[in-house]
Design a protein around this ligand. Structure first.
Ligand SMILES: [Zn+2]
Length: 150
């Protein structure tokens, strides 16, 4: 047995065989989802989740190191300034990795429950083409663009 640890929700994906590709929405002009395409999206999401969990763990370790280092006496103010900058960078890295992780996990849940591929805003199909590039997308292109313009 391997002792490799997996993320909490990525542990059990035995449900993937029970996903019905034909039930997933796709846009007009696209072919319906095939089993392989769904599997690819699941694999991609699992890989993303692992990557994001690693990124979070690394950044949190860096943050802990930076925290431990800030009390050091006789530090050059320039060092303090650059470690504040580093800390801010690590914090925004953790923040965006957490956000992406949340999106990936929720995309995976959506596949499992058969709700994957519909825009959370307008309910229209997000489209296979877009999901194959951004498997964790939860908005269609139109709604995404509208959101970005806000
Ligand atoms: Zn939409």
């Amino acid at each position: 047995m391997s002792s490799a640890k997996h993320g909490a929700t990525a542990d059990d994906i035995s449900w993937r065989a029970s996903v019905d590709p034909g039930s997933l929405p796709y846009r007009e002009g696209e072919e319906p989802w095939s089993r392989e395409e769904v599997d690819e999206v699941i694999d991609e999401l699992l890989a993303d989740i692992a990557k994001q969990q690693t990124a979070i763990a690394v950044a949190e370790r860096e943050l802990a190191d930076l925290r431990d280092g800030t009390d050091g006496a006789g530090r050059d103010p320039a060092d303090v300034g650059s470690s504040n900058f580093e800390r801010d960078q690590e914090m925004s890295l953790v923040h965006s990795a957490r956000e992406m992780l949340e999106q990936s996990l929720s995309a995976l849940r959506a596949i499992r429950t058969g709700h994957y591929g519909s825009c959370e805003n307008c309910g229209q199909p997000i489209g296979k083409g877009r999901l194959q590039v951004f498997p964790r997308a939860n908005l269609c292109v139109t709604c995404k663009q509208r959101e970005e313009r806000r």
